[in-house]
Write a new protein. Structure first.
Length: 311
């Protein structure tokens, strides 16, 4: 009974801490919004607006920046403060899981939740990235047509974004919004290329930088980029066809050991419990689990390497 009371007190303390962090973060956000409104009322110019926007989106913490980029790649327009609150809440729940489930089961449960969350986000981000790359040639041709009418690159990107389809439309609408606030088009494109891991946007950013400093024809660069994207897409389709059997074999090799373990666990649950009770069996189970994880990581990196070659 005392142990249950201690767990309840511990959980209540963690809940109080989470509420305090949320209130503190909300107060800081409201204070920052009030500062922005005061600057707007004072007549801040476009450059000042761009600086404010940069402060809101700039993330200094490496872990928080990695998580923010992973979430933003899925198309979610989530504020970094909200993502930071999610991370704080998850970290505070880790001791609760360890206390309630034990250190081994708690750590395993936490790793499973992290792995599933990362896999879902990464899958959604990869799907959205493939759609953006597929829509990019038509978008660049539209930008070239608007450029031919005598418009600037900024105006061409904003006008073409209105006619594009999602998810490319949402991406370049965000680019246009930042450009209107005073940010340079090459800096915005470079930032989007880093967040979404799109090398074609990096090429567009370099082309915009060269055009701004030394001049030149952006239409010729975009025309060459469209041809390169379409040629790469054809090569990627051929590569996927040639490596389909290899990729299927890799997936089978990764799934069979896990399926066999689950089958043995269902048919004879005492098998693994007896091994875990013995020191040698425990080392064998831990070693096999580590080798299985390493094998899955290697196989995933091989498949990811093929997919990176496509993009």
């Amino acid at each position: 009974m005392s142990q249950i009371a201690a767990i309840l007190v511990f959980a209540l303390a963690l809940l109080t801490m989470v509420v305090a962090m949320l209130l503190w973060t909300r107060a800081r956000t409201r204070e920052r919004q009030e500062e922005v409104l005061l600057r707007l009322r004072a007549g801040a110019d476009a450059a000042g607006l761009a600086g404010i926007g940069g402060e809101v989106q700039r993330v200094e913490n490496p872990l928080l920046r990695w998580v923010c980029h992973l979430v933003w790649r899925t198309g979610a327009d989530t504020d970094p403060g909200m993502i930071a609150r999610w991370l704080i809440a998850f970290v505070l729940l880790v001791p609760v899981a360890i206390v309630l489930m034990g250190w081994l089961a708690g750590l395993v449960a936490i790793l499973i939740v992290l792995t599933i969350t990362w896999a879902v986000l990464a899958r959604q981000a990869a799907r959205r990235r493939a759609q953006i790359i597929d829509q990019l040639p038509d978008f660049l041709e539209s930008v070239s047509r608007v450029l031919s009418a005598g418009n600037s690159l900024e105006e061409s990107l904003i006008a073409s974004a209105q006619e594009a389809h999602d998810p490319l439309r949402g991406l370049f609408v965000s680019v246009g919004r930042q450009i209107r606030l005073g940010a340079s088009v090459d800096a915005v494109l470079a930032e989007m290329a880093e967040i979404h891991r799109l090398r074609d946007l990096q090429v567009m950013a370099m082309a915009a930088t060269i055009n701004r400093r030394y001049g030149g024809s952006l239409r010729d660069i975009f025309r060459s980029l469209v041809q390169a994207i379409r040629s790469r897409d054809m090569a990627a389709r051929e590569l996927r066809a040639l490596t389909a059997e290899t990729r299927f074999s890799a997936v089978v090799l990764a799934v069979i050991p896990v399926g066999l373990m689950l089958y043995i666990l269902a048919r004879n649950p005492e098998y693994y419990s007896d091994m875990w009770a013995d020191s040698g069996g425990r080392m064998m189970l831990i070693g096999s689990a580590l080798m299985q994880v390493a094998g899955v990581v290697v196989i995933w990196r091989m498949i990811a390497g093929v997919q990176d070659g496509e993009a």
